[in-house]
Design a protein around this ligand. Structure first.
Ligand code: PEP
Length: 256
């Protein structure tokens, strides 16, 4: 059984005061996080501490949006996994915006995954093709390459603590989501297929894989009806409490 996981990627949005307000609104509307779904909030680094205090002992989890792979040192402006381990349970690694704007590669993604796991942080590893690759029919090839790069050198026991997000880059923030069956096929073939080759069939079936890309309350059910999709990584819609809560509720319903 794979527990579905809905994560809100707030990106570079929300001040400390706005974070407290959004956390309050989500909790007021949802109450306690439902049993059937793991709910993760990923605010900016600057809001992790207040979000953690505000959430207290509730069942919501926190995630960071990035990290650097060294534990400490002269790396001005970077945040280490050791620092984040005090504040968060998860860390998003390899988001397409980091690959596109900040030079993230399969190799740096791999270093970050290893560094996160070494301190007990659970990576949410993002993979996905850009529009030109999608149109050229290269989706599976690209995703398989990203998977092999990201997971190089890991052992099966480590993969248990990793969540993967399949995020077609052309669907992120564009309002043009993939289709449920289309996303499911990529996850089944390219993601679980590569996991099976690298770590065996049991790991491939046990690993949680989210869909990400223009998820809304209106389309979440289409994705959650798919057998290989175990939740979603939600960008824009995670900034509105009502939308995020509806996505969590619809996931609980579809997967129960
Ligand atoms: C994301 O940031 O990972 C994402 C999927 O964004 P959006 O939901 O806005 O497309």
């Amino acid at each position: 059984m794979r527990t579905p996981i809905i994560a809100g990627n707030w990106k570079m949005n929300k001040t400390v005061a706005e974070t407290l307000e959004l956390v309050r609104e989500i909790r007021q509307s949802l109450g306690e996080a439902p049993e059937q779904v793991e709910v993760v909030l990923c605010p900016p680094f600057t809001s992790l501490w207040v979000a953690k205090n505000s959430l207290g002992r509730s069942k919501f989890s926190l995630g960071a949006q990035n990290l650097y792979w060294e534990p400490k040192g002269a790396f001005t402006g970077e945040i280490s996994p050791v620092m984040l381990a005090e504040l968060a349970t998860y860390a998003i690694i390899g988001h397409s915006e980091r690959r596109q704007y900040f030079g993230e590669t399969d190799e740096t993604v791999n270093k970050k995954i290893q560094a996160a796991l070494a301190v007990g942080l659970k990576p949410i590893v993002c993979v996905g093709e850009v529009l030109a690759e999608f149109e050229a029919g290269k989706t599976n090839e690209v995703v398989r390459r990203q998977m092999r790069g990201a997971f190089a050198g890991l052992v099966p026991e480590q993969v248990q603590n990793v969540v993967i997000a399949y995020e077609p880059v052309w669907a992120i923030g564009t309002g043009k989501a993939a289709t449920g069956p289309g996303a499911n096929a990529v996850v089944a073939q390219a993601i679980r297929g590569t996991l099976a080759e690298m770590f065996g069939g049991e790991v491939a079936q046990a690993t949680r894989v989210q869909y990400g890309g223009s998820v809304t309350p209106a389309n979440i059910a289409e994705f959650m009806e798919q057998p290989d999709l175990d939740g979603a990584l939600v960008g824009g819609a995670s900034l509105k409490a009502a939308d995020f809560v509806e996505i969590v509720r619809a996931t609980a319903k579809a997967k129960s």
